[in-house]
Design a protein around this ligand. Structure first.
Ligand code: ARG
Length: 273
């Protein structure tokens, strides 16, 4: 064999080995099976932003202890039950949930999260478990002034940071002056205090806020959820876990449990007045 040829073979082999190294690194990350990890540690860590009644919110239980409840929490409980592990909730800012899932800090995000294209670049989603429209909250005193998104032209409009309602507001309100905050409760305070003129949120949340804040009301115009509703966020390429989560969602649908969960969550949220 000629010297040149040997060099070539060597070079190809080295590149090949390097390539394999890269593949196996990438492969290793995916191969770290979340489902087995959850079963080994005996608990499922679910991240949520508990500022979103009736999806997830804080209450004081009968012993005066702070507790996170809501129909997303009920779904999380069912998933943990089906996996045979304990449930641990991690309350965090909504805008940090996607990173939490993709880095593996939390096992799942169950937080009324819409599986939109941007998020799908970093995480996977379960089947949709719930759909809702979006609406705008305004002060009762302004209800004739602000009926449509168009009426809010150039005004300060609030939305949750990292939530699709920020995009909806941007799209629907001409020359919107967007005011983004991490916590929906702070946005409600800003609206009541006149710091913003309207707040864009999912309709079931808006309805709950109005029940607990009679000085607020829902504007006439609503927005359909074109992206498809709420789904559970899961780390990419975790097929086994995804299958389990979808199986539980299916069971919840078949047993018609979600309606029951929603009614209970609404009752709990109203009691907190
Ligand atoms: N559905 C909206 C979104 O995915 C808002 C969800 C907000 N959830 C919450 N728990 N604050 O962007």
């Amino acid at each position: 064999m000629k010297k040149g040829m040997i060099k070539k073979i060597l070079a190809v082999t080295i590149v090949g080995v390097m390539g394999l190294g890269l593949v196996s690194c990438g492969g290793k990350k995916d191969a770290k099976d979340k489902l087995s990890e959850i079963k080994e540690k005996g608990k499922l860590v679910v991240g949520l932003s508990a500022d979103y009644a009736p999806y997830e919110f804080h209450i004081l239980d009968e012993n005066g202890q702070d507790k996170i409840v809501g129909f997303d929490v009920d779904i999380a409980n069912e998933i943990a039950k089906d996996l045979g592990v304990e449930l641990e909730l991690q309350d965090m800012n909504f805008e940090n949930l996607v990173a939490g899932v993709s880095s593996g800090k939390i096992d799942l995000a169950i937080s009324g999260m819409t599986p939109d294209e941007e998020r799908k670049k970093s995480i996977d989603f379960s089947d949709i478990y719930y759909t809702a429209e979006h609406g705008m909250l305004v002060r009762v005193a302004d209800k004739d002034k602000y009926k449509t998104f168009e009426d809010l032209k150039g005004q300060k409009v609030g939305a949750q940071m990292g939530a699709i309602q920020a995009e909806i507001a941007e799209e629907k309100v001409p020359e919107a002056n967007l005011q983004l905050l991490s916590n929906v409760n702070d946005l409600v305070l800003a609206l009541k205090g006149g710091k913003i003129e309207a707040l864009v949120v999912e309709l079931p949340v808006a309805q709950m806020i109005v029940k607990n804040n009679p000085e607020l009301t829902i504007g006439e115009e609503k927005v359909k959820d074109t992206e498809g509703g709420s789904a559970v966020g899961i780390q990419k390429n975790q097929e086994a876990l995804l299958e389990k989560v979808n199986a539980t969602i299916n069971r919840i649908k078949e047993e018609k449990l979600l309606d029951k969960f929603i009614i209970e969550a609404n009752e709990l949220a109203e009691k907190q007045k």
